[in-house]
Structures are given as structure tokens and as C-alpha cells.
Design a protein around this ligand. Structure first.
Ligand code: NAD
Length: 440
């Protein structure tokens, strides 16, 4: 399933005293790509290959069959997974994805990204990711509830506030988190709000969580523009994906004065050179089953065209593998802010770098969500709840500090921000692994 050769490669590369990386094959899946970035950090930091050997594999992979009685009376069986990558820094933490393309390989990549993201932000969590390979749009609310509750029941021994804490991701929301929280609580016999984050406010959710990932994206872009003597006001930004992350980022960037020249969803995009009316677009999408197609305030644009638009900042906020060797040479933005996880392939990443386009890496750009998830968990564990201003302030402080740690390291070493971010994140986990030692 996954690469297990990174530590061997690193050992031989270290022995060969920092030889150049081996030739890059045309497509490397997100998991192997993340392992490649880990391997580079291993070389940069001279990490013990024994430690890398542990970090390149998920610690635990759970797959369950979920039989669901459909509204028609028929029973369908779907597969659910939870991948727990690393709990060296603390309990596992990561989203729950409902999407037809969910696979163990994809979840392993996303779980590992969570480990680096938490470490980079200084949050005491490890990385995990779960998912069910379904298209949620094909199921009724009742069917989705039965699927979610059975999935949570099957994982009852593998999740918990000190064990592994799911959150929303593609295709899930506060509603699914409430079902997981209730199912877990009923099984253990008392209310356990801390088993999930991103849950509704009524059961211990945090103010600010809904917009958190989008706010973190906006903060990362703002910091980079301000380092270049620019500001959000008047900047032209194109956003792929108009869901929880892309939609929130569009709203906040628009409020800050940026011109959102295009957004898209799975059904295509909308372009307006002078900037879209984002509140009107949100209202339109709310009336049209969350689809933006047909919005009268702009012209249609395909997802492919959106990525190649003339703009200052491009924000992929949908799925993996959107900027590839087939379209990286057409990107015109000077900055690409990875709001989605792993939206740029390895070859495309190198192509953008060679063209002088700066990539703010996913483990930094989209970390606002897990930061506020952590703040939600802290509030829940202490039974003290904060107002939105306090939540946003705490999150902004952590995001800004992490941004400047990465930016400074990248400048000092004259390396891309992703490589700098991995050095900081992997270094922190490797140090903790060394301090904890190997059991038994
Ligand atoms: P979502 O399901 O709320 O939204 C996904 C959006 O992408 C939708 O608008 C969908 O129509 C669109 N989309 C799907 N396929 C597309 C395609 N081929 N082209 C263009 N748009 C497409 O999901 P989300 O929570 O916003 O997550 C988006 C990304 O952000 C994912 O990579 C996720 O892992 C990452 N992320 C999410 C969070 C979070 O808090 N939700 C946190 C960190 C990272």
C-alpha cells in the first residue's frame, strides 16, 4: 500500500553525504509524496533512520464493514476506515471524510499530514484520518445517520477524548460529529463531548470553529502579502472549492477587501474580473443545493481554467492532486495557498518552484481548523467556554507565529516553505520520539 523505503533511502543518502534526491517519477501518490517530504526532512535534519522507519508508517489502520438499512428496506454494506498515523505528541486527531474516492492510501497520507500539521503548530496531538467511501449526496439524512452511528460504534474502542478525536472533513459537518458524539456517549453511558470537535455549539462546540480553517487560510495569505509589502485589499484571488474551507475563506478574504475573481465547486466555476459578490453567491448556493452553477453575477469558468487565471493568489480548497504536471506551467498566480490537503503533485510542486511561484504548504495554510479544534477540546475538557473573539485571537496568535517560523527558516536556508515547514514539524516529532524511547 505505502512506501516503506524512505528510511532506507535516507540512511543511504546520509551515508553518501547528502547526495541529490533520486529522479522523480511522473506521478507519486499523496502518501508517497508525504513520505518523500518526510525523507527530505530526515536528510536536512540528519534524523536517525530508525526513527524515520517508525514515522513513515501509520501506527494503526482500522477497516470496518458498515451494513446500512436503506430507506427502501435493502441492506447495503459500505467500508469505513480510520488511519492513526502517530501519537507521539498526544492523542490522534483528524477529520472524517465521506467521498467516493476515499481509500486507505489517501487516508494514510492525510493522517500523516495531520501529524506534521499539529507538530508545526505546537499542538499536543498526533495525526489520524477517517472516512467512508460513499457519495453522501446519494443517501437520505436517515441513511447517513445510520451509516455514521454504525461507523462510530465499530470504532468505539479506537476513538475517545484521550485516544483519537474525529472532526469534519469533505462531506461531513457538525451534524455527523453530533451523531458520533451521541453514539459514543450512549455506548460508554455518559456524555463525552470531547470525543469529537467541530460539533454544534449546543453540545460543547466552539465558537469560531465553522470559519476557523478559512480564517487560518486568510491569515496565512495576509502574512505572506504583508511580507511582500502588499495587502489583502485589492488583491485578486481565485478559489477552487466553495465548501466549508473555500466558502469561509472566500467570505473572509472578500470582507478584508480582496477581489475574489473566481470560485468553483464540483459542478464548475464562476468568474468576474472585477470581483464576485461573495455574500450574494453564498445566498445563491444556499438556495441551489450548495451549487454555484448559474450564478448571474459572473461568467462560467471550468475548474481547469480557474487554476490558470491571472490573479495574485490561487487557493486550491477542494481535493488532492489538482495542480499537476499537466497544468502547473499554466498557473499565473505568484502565490499558491494550499487550503486543501495535498492539492499539488510532487512534479507540479517542483515546476512551480522553478517558475518562482511561492507555495504556502497545506500543513501551515489550513491549520486554523485543527487549532480551533484543539481550542474546542481544551474548552470542553475544562468546562469553560470562550467568546468568539478570544477563540479567534488564540488561533491567530498560533497561526501567525507558525507562519513566521516557517517563513524565517525558508529565508535563512533559501529553501521552499514546504521544506522549511517539514523541517520544523518532523524535527519536533523526532525529538519527542527520541525522548520517549522505543517500547518495550
Ligand atoms: P467540503 O466538502 O465542505 O467542500 C469541498 C468543496 O470542493 C465543495 O465545494 C465541492 O463541490 C468542491 N469540489 C469537489 N470536487 C471538486 C473539483 N473537482 N473541483 C472543484 N471543486 C470541487 O470540504 P472542506 O471541509 O471544505 O474540505 C476541502 C479541503 O480542505 C479538503 O482537502 C480537506 O481535507 C481540507 N481541510 C478541511 C478542513 C476543515 O476544517 N473542513 C481542515 C483542514 C483541511
Amino acid at each position: 500500500m505505502v512506501s516503506s523505503t524512505v528510511s532506507k533511502q535516507v540512511a543511504s543518502k546520509q551515508a553518501a553525504s547528502k547526495q541529490a534526491a533520486s529522479p522523480t517519477p511522473a506521478y507519486i501518490c499523496p502518501y508517497d509524496r508525504t513520505c518523500t517530504y518526510l525523507g527530505q526532512a530526515g536528510i536536512d535534519l540528519q534524523i536517525d533512520p530508525n526513527v524515520l522507519r517508525i514515522l513513515e508508517q501509520p501506527r494503526k489502520v482500522v477497516t470496518v464493514s458498515i451494513p446500512v438499512k436503506l430507506d427502501s428496506g435493502e441492506v447495503e454494506v459500505v467500508a469505513g476506515h480510520r488511519v492513526q498515523h502517530c501519537d507521539i505528541l498526544g492523542p490522534y486527531k483528524g477529520g472524517t471524510r465521506y467521498h467516493p474516492a476515499v481509500s486507505l492510501q489517501e487516508l494514510s497520507a492525510l493522517a500523516m499530514l495531520m501529524t506534521w500539521k499539529c507538530a508545526l503548530l505546537g499542538i499536543p496531538y498526533g495525526g489520524a484520518k477517517g472516512g467512508i467511501a460513499i457519495n453522501p449526496a446519494r443517501y437520505s439524512v436517515g441513511e447517513l445517520e445510520r451509516i455514521t452511528r454504525r461507523y462510530a460504534s465499530e470504532l468505539i474502542k479506537d476513538i475517545g477524548p484521550e485516544v483519537d478525536i474525529p472532526a469534519p472533513d469533505i462531506g461531513t459537518s457538525a451534524r455527523e460529529m453530533a451523531w458520533i458524539m451521541d453514539t459514543y456517549s450512549m455506548n460508554v453511558g455518559h456524555a463525552v463531548p470531547g470525543v469529537v470537535t467541530g460539533k454544534p455549539l449546543s453540545i460543547g462546540g466552539s465558537k469560531g470553529r465553522q470559519m476557523a480553517t478559512g480564517l487560518g487560510v486568510a491569515i496565512a495569505i495576509r502574512e505572506m502579502l504583508s511580507e511582500r509589502g502588499l495587502s489583502l485589499a485589492g488583491s485578486k484571488i481565485a478559489i477552487q472549492g466553495f465548501g466549508k474551507v473555500g466558502g469561509a475563506a472566500a467570505t473572509l478574504l472578500h470582507e478584508a477587501g480582496a477581489k475574489i475573481v473566481a470560485v468553483s465547486d464540483g459542478g464548475g466555476g464562476i468568474f468576474a474580473g472585477g470581483g464576485l459578490d461573495i455574500p450574494a453567491l453564498k445566498q445563491y448556493a444556499a438556495r441551489n443545493n450548495r451549487r454555484i452553477k448559474g450564478f448571474p453575477g459572473g461568467e462560467p469558468v471550468s475548474n481547469w481554467e480557474l487554476l490558470a487565471l491571472s490573479c495574485d493568489v490561487l487557493v486550491p480548497a477542494a481535493l488532492e492532486d489538482q495542480i499537476t504536471e499537466d497544468n502547473a506551467d499554466r498557473v499565473q498566480a505568484q502565490i499558491v495557498a494550499e487550503a486543501a490537503n495535498a492539492p499539488i503533485t510532487l512534479v507540479a510542486d517542483q515546476m512551480l518552484e522553478e517558475r518562482g511561484i511561492t507555495v504556502i504548504p497545506d500543513i501551515l495554510t489550513n491549520a486554523g481548523g485543527v487549532v480551533v479544534s484543539y481550542l474546542e477540546w481544551v474548552q470542553g475538557q475544562s468546562y469553560v467556554f470562550w467568546d468568539e473573539e478570544r477563540v479567534n485571537q488564540e488561533m491567530e496568535g498560533l497561526m501567525v507565529r507558525a507562519y513566521h517560523r516557517v517563513s524565517q527558516k525558508a529565508r535563512e536556508l533559501k529553501i521552499p516553505m514546504r521544506r522549511a515547514a517539514y523541517m520544523l514539524a518532523v524535527g519536533r516529532v523526532a525529538e519527542a520520539a527520541g525522548d520517549r524511547g522505543l517500547y518495550p
